[in-house]
Design a protein around this ligand. Structure first.
Ligand SMILES: Cc1cc2nc3c(=O)[nH]c(=O)nc-3n(C[C@H](O)[C@H](O)[C@H](O)COP(=O)(O)O)c2cc1C
Length: 174
């Protein structure tokens, strides 16, 4: 599958089989992450955490549910059963907001690499606040001091055939 095919085939998958991705696939996905462009080449301001520990995955999503409930009074299960979650964290970038661009690019590189290998994914912003609000959890996840989690991705094999959706973004040409 070429890059354009993978980009067009990508979709968010929200139900997973209890099957782990292979170490080889994980290595390739992490290689794609590290190949991401980063402004001013400040790779030292970024950190990637791979979570495959079952208890930790349950804890993250339980805390996320509680955190959301406390914030807006709505309960939402964010755990789709994927056995790998990868979190991108950043120290403050040279300009405010640039760190979010970095995280988005790194996550998308991983998602496209995963898609090209037949691995399903969903980008997760939902659980980030719960991790960010919990210093103990951040430390147990090995997120370096001074870094904040910004975006995550769940990876695995979908248990249903989610169709690829067509989206449009308004475009003008000058
Ligand atoms: C920054 C960002 C955060 C997202 N957070 C979540 C999330 O927390 N939970 C979720 O189910 N999907 C999340 N998504 C996935 C979007 O809902 C999804 O990409 C969008 O609905 C388009 O559907 P598609 O990915 O299937 O094309 C997120 C996507 C992005 C880019």
């Amino acid at each position: 599958m070429n890059a354009l095919e993978a980009i067009l085939k990508r979709k968010s998958t929200r139900a997973y089989k209890p099957e782990q991705i292979s170490e080889d696939a994980l290595e390739k996905i992490l290689k794609a992450a590290c190949a991401s462009p980063v402004g001013m080449a400040r790779y030292d301001t970024l950190h990637i955490t791979v979570v495959q520990n079952e208890d930790m995955l349950v804890r993250i999503f339980d805390e996320a549910e509680e955190d959301l409930f406390k914030a807006i009074g709505i309960r939402k299960n964010m755990n789709f059963g994927a056995k790998t979650v990868i979190i991108v964290s950043s120290a403050p970038a040279y300009r405010e907001g640039v760190e979010y661009a970095h995280a988005g690019i790194i996550i998308e590189n991983m998602v496209i690499a995963a898609t090209s290998m037949g691995i399903d994914s969903v980008i997760l912003g939902g659980p980030i606040a719960a991790i960010s609000h919990n210093e103990a959890l951040k430390s147990e996840l090995g997120i370096p001091a001074g870094f904040e989690p910004l975006l995550a991705v769940a990876l695995g094999y979908g248990s249903d055939e989610t169709p690829v959706k067509e989206h449009t973004i308004s475009i003008n040409r000058v």
